[in-house]
Design a protein around this ligand. Sequence first.
Ligand code: UD1
Ligand code: MG
Length: 460
Amino acid sequence: MSERSLLIVALAAGKGTRMKSAVPKVLHQVGGRSLLGHVLSAASAAGADKLAVVVGPGMEAVGVEAGRFVPGAATFVQERQLGTGDAVLAARAAIESHRGDVLVVLGDTPFLTTETLVKARRALAGDAGIAVVGFEARDPTGYGRLLQDGDGSILAIREEKEATDAERSIRLCNSGVIGFRSERMFEILSAIRNDNAKGEYYLTDAIEIGRSKGVRAVAVLGDETEMLGINDRAQLAAAERIFQDRRRADFMADGVTMIAPETVYVAYDTVIGRDVVIEPFVVLGPGVSIADNVHVKSFTYLVGKDAKSDKGIVLGDESEIGPFTRMRPGTTVGEGAHVGNFVELKNSTLGPGAKASHLAYLGDGRVGAKANIGAGTIFCNYDGYNKHVTEIGEGAFVGSNTSLVAPVRIGAGAYVGSGSVITRDVGPDALALERAKQEERPDWARKFRQVMARRKSAKS
Ligand code: UD1
Ligand code: MG
């Protein structure tokens, strides 16, 4: 890879009016990650040393998101949207102080690949001062067209509005990703004028201006799907479809069985091992890692990272999950453990071979190896102010319909009788019972029926 330092300038000032959203467009998600996050992770894999994000007024959240991918990312506000050329100049301070390559990317193109960015950098390492990422568009309408000369240079990018009919028939289009060597960049950008049909400062004018100053521009090619930009919710859904299809295909190629892949949802960071079987209708949100030989049954819903926690979910070898299991962040399931229907786990660890087969809430718990959690068990972890831990020792047996009021510990090998409300620790191998003594009144029911029947007939 190039030794030259890389600055990425990501344009994200667009309000995305067609999204009809209070959330900036680039923060909408595909595969559980923001559009901007997809772009920036490709950019940082391409070796970005510095990042400048150009946002609109009031879009601080975009800067925060950018900082997650490139620590120290700088945010620049473009006060009014006067065009892409003006947008890049909003990041003037970052550009002027940078020596090396600068890649301008658009924040709403989630499928942009690292390979394409690397290609643009390679072109800049040669004799080109500008590298434009182009693609062959099936339908070029609306895109800027690349005008080439015979020797592989680009003469200009012509925007649709200014193009002649002949130019409009060109299918080689500008993706919006343009790389510059920093040396002449600022000088070139400063020369851009807004004397065009839209009255905008076109970044694309940089090609002709550069040429007039002896700076050569070349095109590198990417794939059309890479350039897909999101402008409305239908395009967002279309992008999600593309993302899911690709990821599922990758998993299947790597040895995962999906019985009905079109019904399984995965996230950008999902990890799935070999010989895992995933039944229909399973949702794997962000932060889920599945070892080998795991069986995930239908209607399982696992989210390992959310707004409050990024602790993740790990499913151990040969574990069995579902149907209808829910897991939240911080869940670890040991080897060969079973979690069944209507069981919810949050911030809890199940030891190897442990079982929670039906109807339970395990929050902030540590369950030892081979322990058995009966149906209807609740770890009462929250007192309205704080969360507390429930510990279940190895091989312990918690009877059905038990409430364990945390903080509380059940010793290894202990039994807890069904229906108990356990508030104090239980020693190893003990039996704990917390329920009223059973009473029996012989013949009571028969007499009750006689009395009631007599009363009813006296009334009528
Ligand atoms: C732009 C390119 C065009 C290319 C196309 C690819 C220019 C002049 N044209 O056209 O050659 O084929 O992208 O999709 O560059 N933005 C700002 N501030 C502004 C204007 C735009 O941040 O003042 C951002 C937008 O949020 C958007 C991006 O820049 O993410 C591109 O702007 P847009 O107006 O969509 O340009 P296009 O007309 O699509
Ligand atoms: Mg556009």
